[in-house]
Structures are given as structure tokens and as C-alpha cells.
Design a protein around this ligand. Structure first.
Ligand SMILES: Cc1ncc(COP(=O)(O)O)c(C=O)c1O
Length: 410
């Protein structure tokens, strides 16, 4: 106890095997305790430039405009959508889980005319369905999610980007849950604007969103550029397009801050920038392909383990994300909350439940970033076996762990 009347913070050591946030790389935690720098210190602006280069590599893009939005992943989504969408623009949002609804909601707040197509949670869209909707509705934008953690499904994008480009439609993608964990190709897949977060496969803390936009989007954004009067340099005049409703999320002003102009906008979140820099370095040092393979093998191991324990996996097999697995909660266990709470309280392991139609129906077990390794899979499966048995669900002893071992030994 200290004079504030509260104990000094001492969070438990948890193993975070939910859908994110996940445990942070030790190098990232260390980076966050490095000294502050002023936001125009040449060392700091060099770090900003390095961030742009690091995230170009992670996103696999040549986009000049690749930088950070301060705020959680939703901040990056909101910055892209609110800077791109003008009132009255038509936006097609295909929904296959909770985060498609989020894109819809944000687009509506931008006063878009939103068209939704929906597919059952646990499935994704065929490229032809998107093509039909694009040709029928002729939207200015398509906004969709790559991996929707709420359903644990990943939407293939390799055909959707090109077909939208062909149709003259601009594509925005939310890759919060997959970047660094599954192959993601901004340029090859013709994606125009993309945003992400640190707290999943990049294994950083929540609070910063790497975004990338290509020249098409930069042009849209700049056609709406209004610079705050108090910082506007001589000779700069406002563009004709409608002003972006949000000051904080106005990408055109952020671009001036991230360009050699260094026109002040907000104060860059220094420790988050150190974190984002280090996350990218850790991921690139491992190698993107090696990281994808690690996520793929580890998720195979946990799935084999869960199935061997007599549990049933959720969702369409060929579209499962490589970094989070949905598993049905056996009926005998009700909404599954007692199991989750015993895993947390007795073993220090967190797994997730889900939302909407899947709340209380599935657990979601994340294998993301730093967490995605053999020791954690074996720990999680053995703890789950013990807890399931205590709650009356019969599990063949040791078979979950053995099945996972076999995958790692192949
Ligand atoms: C696919 C997806 N998009 C967006 C978000 C929102 O991220 P945040 O909570 O960091 O704003 C999440 C968070 O779980 C997510 O999984």
C-alpha cells in the first residue's frame, strides 16, 4: 500500500491465449522503457522514417504512405475510412463476423450509403459473390476484414483486390488479426488502404495502428485536405473536397507530419513508436515466411490436440485463421465460463469466448506472435484437459497433448 491508498500495480503473469491482446515480446517491453525524445529530435524523426520502411516490408508494399496512427487498431480503421469516405459515397461491406459490422458502423458515421452482403458466421465469401455485388451496386469503396477474430475465419483476398481494381472500386482491408501471422500482400493483392494493430501476431501492446495507403488513396485524401490554421504554412490553401470530420484521424494532416515537412499534428506516442519499431524488427528478424510457418504448424498442433480430446472445431476448415482456433463448448459445460475462469485462476491461462451468435457457443484459443510456440500449446492442452475433467467432460487422458506432440515431431 502507498499513499494513494492503492497497491502498486503488480499484474499476474498470465499466458494470453485468447484472440488478443497477447503476451508482448520481451524486447518490445524493454523498448517501451527507453528514454523519451522530443518529437522533432532528429533521432526520433529518423525512427519515424525507419518505421515507414519496416512496415513497408511487413505489409509487402512499396507504398510511400506507410506509417502509424496512434490509438488501438480501431483508430487505424477509423482514420482510413473517415479520410476516404465523403458523405454520400457508396460503400460495400461484406460481413462475415463482428468486425464487418464494425466497418459498417464506422462507414455509416462517415455518412456513407452502406450496402452489406452477409454470410453465415463460420464461412467466408467466394470472390464471385463480391464480384456480383460490386457489379450490381457499383460502390466507390469496398471495406472488408481479412481475419475476423470473432469467427476465426480468414477471407481470401487475392482475387478480390484485382477484381475491385478492374471495376474501379477502391479497397480498404482490416488486417488487425492476421498481419505477421498469415501471408498478407498489399501490392500483389491490389489492396488500396490497409490498417492493423500491434496486439495480435506482432506481439506488441494495444495502442498503435500501422496503416498503409497507395497513391490512389493519397489522392482521395489530399483532395479533402484542410490544414489547421494555427500551423498552416504560407501559401498552403485548402483543397476543394469536403473536410474530414475528425481532426485526429485526418490522414492528410498525419501525412504532413510523417513527411519531411514534419508539420506538427498530435504529439507522436513515443513509447508506442518504440514498441512498433521493435515489433517489426522482431518479426522481420525471424523472417515473414518462417513466422507464417510457425503460426501454421502451431495452429495445426492445437487443433489436432483439441480434436483428440473429443472437442469439435468451429468453422469452415479451409478458411480457418492460422493464429486463432474456434472450438465448440460441449453442451454439458453450459456457456463455458466456468472452464475459462478455472483456466485463468488455477493455471494462469486466458482463452476467449466470442460475440453475437457465437457468445457462449465457442471458445477461441489464440496462438499469436510470441505466444505461438510448442511449450504454450502443450501447457494449454494439458491445463484444459484437467479443467474439462473437473467439470464433468470426459477426456481421453493424455491424448490431446500426444496429438499435438506428433504435429511438432513431423
Ligand atoms: C479483426 C479485428 N479488427 C479490429 C479490431 C479492433 O481492435 P482494437 O480493439 O485494437 O481497436 C480487432 C480486435 O480484436 C480485430 O480482431
Amino acid at each position: 500500500m502507498n499513499t494513494s491508498g492503492f497497491k502498486t500495480l503488480e499484474p499476474e503473469q498470465r499466458l494470453l491465449m485468447g484472440p488478443g491482446p497477447v503476451n508482448v515480446y520481451p524486447a518490445v517491453l524493454r523498448a517501451m522503457s527507453l528514454p523519451m525524445l522530443g518529437q522533432f529530435d532528429p533521432q526520433f524523426t529518423d525512427y519515424m522514417n525507419e518505421i515507414m520502411s519496416l512496415y513497408r516490408q511487413i505489409y509487402r508494399t512499396r507504398n510511400k504512405w506507410t506509417f502509424l496512427v496512434n490509438g488501438t487498431a480501431r483508430a487505424g480503421i477509423e482514420a482510413c475510412l473517415s479520410s476516404m469516405i465523403s458523405p454520400g459515397d457508396r460503400v460495400l461491406v461484406p460481413i462475415f463476423g463482428r468486425f464487418g459490422h464494425l466497418l459498417t458502423e464506422i462507414s455509416r458515421r462517415c455518412q456513407a450509403e452502406v450496402i452489406n452482403i452477409e454470410t453465415e458466421w463460420g464461412t467466408v465469401f467466394e470472390a464471385g459473390q463480391i464480384a456480383d455485388a460490386v457489379s450490381k451496386h457499383q460502390p466507390r469503396f469496398v471495406a472488408l476484414v481479412h481475419g475476423d477474430t470473432s469467427t476465426t475465419m480468414a477471407q481470401p483476398l487475392d482475387e478480390i483486390g484485382p477484381l475491385c481494381r478492374e471495376a474501379g472500386t477502391v479497397v480498404y482491408v482490416d488486417t488487425t488479426a492476421t498481419l505477421g501471422g498469415m501471408p498478407f500482400e498489399v501490392d500483389k493483392w491490389c489492396l488500396d488502404a490497409v490498417s492493423s494493430g500491434l496486439q495480435k501476431c506482432l506481439s506488441g501492446p494495444p495502442g498503435c495502428s500501422p496503416v498503409t495507403i497507395n497513391d490512389r488513396v493519397a489522392e482521395i485524401v489530399n483532395s479533402r485536405k484542410h490544414v489547421e490554421a494555427g500551423i498552416r504554412p504560407d501559401g498552403v490553401i485548402d483543397a476543394d473536397g469536403p473536410i474530414v470530420q475528425s481532426n485526429y484521424f485526418d490522414l492528410a494532416m498525419l501525412m504532413d507530419y510523417w513527411s519531411p515537412m514534419r508539420l506538427n499534428h498530435h504529439t507522436e506516442a513515443t513509447s508506442m513508436l518504440y514498441a512498433a519499431h521493435t515489433c517489426a524488427q522482431v518479426v522481420l528478424n525471424e523472417g515473414l515466411e518462417a513466422g507464417f510457418a510457425r503460426h501454421r504448424i502451431t495452429s495445426q498442433a492445437i487443433r489436432k490436440g483439441l480434436t483428440a480430446m473429443g472437442l469439435e472445431l468451429f468453422g469452415h476448415e479451409s478458411h480457418r485463421m492460422d493464429n486463432v482456433t474456434g472450438v465448440f463448448i460441449p453442451k454439458i459445460l453450459g456457456d463455458g465460463e466456468q472452464v475459462r475462469s478455472q483456466l485463468l485462476g488455477d493455471f494462469g491461462i486466458e482463452i476467449g469466448t466470442s460475440f453475437g451468435p457465437l457468445k457462449g457457443k465457442i471458445w477461441r484459443i489464440g496462438t499469436m506472435g510470441y505466444v505461438c510456440r510448442k511449450t504454450n500449446i502443450l501447457r494449454c492442452l494439458s491445463a484444459l484437459e484437467a479443467v474439462l475433467r473437473r467439470n464433468g467432460f470426459e477426456v481421453p487422458p493424455g491424448e490431446g497433448v500426444d496429438a499435438a506432440y506428433k504435429v511438432f515431431e513431423q
